[in-house]
Design a binder for this molecule. Structure first.
Ligand code: IPE
Ligand code: IPE
Ligand code: MG
Length: 241
């Protein structure tokens, strides 16, 4: 049976190069990237994907020129303001994952508004990773667990993989089935290090602003043709399907 992914995780990369190819500023690439994100979010909601997680700003992206960082922060504020009603109508639950405390009060306010407004929806989870780092997420989980050990709430002998998962920022979602990185680079850039352990990986050269619903459909189809073995042999998998 051809399976659809329940959870898709995307690294939306290539905005800067998209703009440079057209002789435009990098900011124009981010603007165009925003439009691509809108289309893909709507498409995934239509396909009834359970969760979509997108990388919008890494904990390392603060190292970019200040003007670019400032542009992105303003773009996030504007994007939440312009997209929230539509996402709410589409029954999407919006969650931001990452270390949010570093953001301005204005952005934090929009983030909280978006999360609160959509909290009772029961459609697709849209997880937007901002100031996100996979290692930081694990450090945070370890600290929370250590605190619970110290207070006697958790016995160290009872710590399992589920305990760690439950303390990550994606604890309410199934693990990603399909990972897509646009922009041609073949690396994880500190994305979802815990969650991608058995995810099917796809790297496409398409620059994010050019990524379309049609290409996503193709990648979902090719995902369905993959055999996920989780350590078993192909024969075992075929016998149990
Ligand atoms: C991804 O596109 C968007 C962010 C990191 C915010 P890039 O800005 O990294 O685009 P390239 O990789 O320079 O083309
Ligand atoms: C990863 O892309 C982060 C986002 C897409 C938000 P980068 O473009 O920042 O990754 P590196 O630095 O090339 O690895
Ligand atoms: Mg990049």
């Amino acid at each position: 049976m051809k399976e659809s992914p329940r959870h898709i995780a995307i690294i939306m990369d290539g905005n800067g190069r998209w703009a440079q190819k057209r002789g435009k500023q990098r900011s124009a690439g981010h603007q165009a990237g925003m439009k691509a994100t809108r289309k893909i979010v709507e498409h995934c909601a239509r396909l009834q994907i359970e969760a979509l997680t997108v990388y919008a700003f890494s904990s390392e992206n603060w190292r970019r020129p200040e003007t670019e960082v400032n542009f992105l922060m303003e773009l996030f504020v504007k994007a939440i303001r312009s997209e929230l009603n539509k996402m709410h109508e589409n029954n999407i639950r919006v969650q931001f994952i990452g270390e949010l405390s570093r953001f301005s009060g204005i952005l934090l306010n929009e983030i909280h508004t978006a999360e609160e407004k959509t909290a009772n929806n029961n459609g697709m989870y849209l997880n937007i990773a901002v100031n996100y780092g996979g290692r930081a997420e694990l450090v945070n989980a370890m600290c929370e667990i250590a605190g619970k050990v110290q207070s006697g709430e958790i016995n160290p002998a009872d710590i399992t993989e589920s305990t760690i998962s439950a303390h990550t920022w994606l604890s309410v979602c199934p693990e990603p089935d399909l990972f897509i990185r646009t922009g041609g680079e073949q690396r994880l850039s500190n994305y979802l290090l815990w969650h991608l352990a058995y995810t099917e990986l796809v790297f496409t050269d398409t620059l994010w602003p050019d990524f379309s619903a049609e290409e996503l459909d193709q990648l979902i189809l090719s995902y369905g043709a993959r055999e996920r073995r989780f350590g078993q042999t192909g024969e075992q998998v075929q016998a149990s399907s």
